[in-house]
Design a protein around this ligand. Structure first.
Ligand code: S3P
Length: 177
């Protein structure tokens, strides 16, 4: 049976790098929700945050997820904040195989550099740490964890393929609290 594979994890976890590799190996379609949002908005993520605010971005993000919710035979990379939004909970808990690309904050900083095009990473160390801690808890509940620190994107894709052979773990939104 063709799966709907959803990649979650903090900014810089490698979702958009691993996604196409995984999709090619499985013969699946591939979509990056940030790219779809940018296409629909006709503007980069940074401009959407700056000109319309984070809430407008979250609304676009929720619409894109809703449109993808019935697809199978597809790998979907989601933005780091999508899984943390209560309004998107069903997308992550119904029918998808969700993988959490686990990354340390240190690797996030190494991979994203100074100008990452990610507005939330410029909010200062304390705020980024707070977001990281808050979301880590949610990612752990929603997805099967795959380590990415010191691991190549190819290896991460391979690991996901081997996990796909195992049982589906069903997640209850109540576990998030
Ligand atoms: C965000 C992550 C970004 C993008 C936006 C907000 C977040 O995606 O959706 O900047 O809230 O963590 P990546 O996780 O692909 O960087």
């Amino acid at each position: 049976m063709a799966h709907r594979i959803v990649l979650i994890g903090f900014m810089g976890a490698g979702k958009s790098t691993v996604g196409p590799i995984l999709a090619a190996r499985l013969g699946y379609d591939w979509v990056d929700t940030d790219a779809v949002i940018q296409g629909r908005a006709g503007a980069p993520v940074t401009a959407i945050f700056r000109d319309r605010g984070e809430e407008a971005f979250r609304e676009l993000e929720a619409e894109v997820l809703a449109d993808l919710a019935q697809r199978t035979g597809i790998v979907i990379a989601t933005g780091g904040g999508a899984a943390a939004q209560e309004r998107n909970r069903e997308f992550f808990t119904r029918g998808a195989r969700v993988f959490h690309l686990r990354v340390s904050l240190r690797s996030v900083r190494e991979r994203t550099g100074a100008d990452s095009g990610r507005p939330l990473l410029s909010r200062g160390d304390a705020e980024v740490q707070r977001l990281y801690d808050e979301r880590a808890r949610i990612y752990e509940v929603l997805g099967s964890a795959v380590e990415t620190d010191g691991t190549s994107p190819d290896e991460v894709a391979e690991r996901i393929i081997s996990l796909l052979a195992g049982p589906t773990v069903s997640r209850s939104p109540g576990e998030i609290g």
